[in-house]
Design a protein around this ligand. Sequence first.
Ligand code: FAD
Length: 344
Amino acid sequence: MCRAAMMKSVRVVVVGAGVIGFSTAVCIVEALPFCSVTLMADKFSPDTTSDGAAGILFAAQFPDIPLQRQKHWFKDSFDHLLAIAQSQCAPEAGVMLSSGWQIFKEVPAVKKPFWSEFVIGFRLMTDVERKRFPDHKFGQAFTTLKCECSTYLPWLEKRFRKAGGQVEQRKVNNLQELSNNFDIIVNCSGLGSKVLVGDTQVYPVRGQVLKVEAPWVQHFIRDGDGTTYIYPGIRSVTIGGTRQEGDWRLQVDDRDTKGILERCSRLEPSLNKAKILNEWVGLRPSRKNPRVEREVVELQGRLVPVVHNYGHGGWGVTLAWGTALDTLGLVKQSLHEMAPQPKL
Ligand code: FAD
C-alpha cells in the first residue's frame, strides 16, 4: 500500500471539546488532510470549563517543563490569537487586545516573567501610575489578548468542520471503547483524565467569577497573587475570583460573590455601581505540570498510540494553541512510526 493511501485510512479521535480539544483537533485536521479526524466529548460549548474562563493571556511557570518549551507554548498561542485579533475575524472569534496592569502588594522575586518578551509593550509601572493602588508596591503594564471561549469555541468548531472534521457527542468510559474504531487517540479531556486515564495527579482548582456591566472599565487589573482580577471583555467585565484547591463544588457560593465584589471594588471603586449579569463557577484542570506527551498503550490486544494534552490549570486558554501544535507533532511522530518502512 502506498503511503498516501495508508494515511487516508488513519483514523484519529480527539477526546474533549474545550479550548484544548478544539485547538488540537483543528491543528490536526488542517495539517493532516489525509487523516479522518473525529472530536468526541460529552460536553460542548457553552457547557465546558473553557466557556467561563476570562481567557486573558498570561501564565505562571511550570516547575518541570523546560522553560524554552513553555516559551514556545506561550509565543505560538499569542501569535495565533494576535493574528485573529488583528483580522476581520476578531468579533466572530471573540478575540481582542487588552491593556492593563498586574499589581503586587510586595515586590515579586521575578520582576519580568518569562512571557514579558511576547506580550506587547511590557514595562514596569511608574510611581504615578501606581498611586491609584495604594496597597500595592509594584506593578507591570502591558497589552495582552483576551480570548472569550463562549465565542471562540463555536468559531473553532466551524473551522474544524469546514476542514472535514467530524463531531460526536458521547461520554468515553475508557480508551478500550475507542480502540476498534480509531488508530490514534488524542486525550484532551482536562479534569476528565482523572477517570479516563486514571491520572491521580490531576485535581480541580475551583474558580468563581462574576460578569458585570461596566462599559466604562477599559483596562484590566490583576493582583499578582491571582485571587483578584478585573478583565473587561467584549460585552461585559469579568471580575473574580477564587482559587480553591481540591474543591469540586460547581454551585455559586454567596460568600465568594461578596468577597469578589469587595476585593474588586477596592481596586476599582466604580464597580460598586455595576450591575451583576451572571455568576459562574468552573474547575481548573490542574496538575503540577500539564501532560503533553505520547505513549503506546495495549488496548484489546492492539498497540495504540495515545497522545495526551491536558492539565493546563488556570492557563489553558493561554497555552491552547502552543500545546496543540506540540500535540500535532506527537501525532505526526505516531504516523511516522505506523508508516510501512521502505524495503531495503
Ligand atoms: P475543559 O474546557 O474542561 O474541556 C474538557 C472537555 O473534555 C469537555 O468537552 C468534556 O466534556 C470532555 N471530557 C472529559 N472527560 C470526558 C469523557 N470521559 N468522555 C468524553 N468527553 C470528556 N485560562 C487562561 O488561560 N486565562 C484565563 O484568564 C483563565 N481564567 C479562568 C477563570 C476561571 C474562573 C476558571 C475556572 C478557569 C480559567 N482559566 C483561564 C483556565 C481555563 O479555563 C482552563 O485551563 C481550560 O478551560 C482547560 O481547557 P480543557 O479543554 O482542558 O478543559
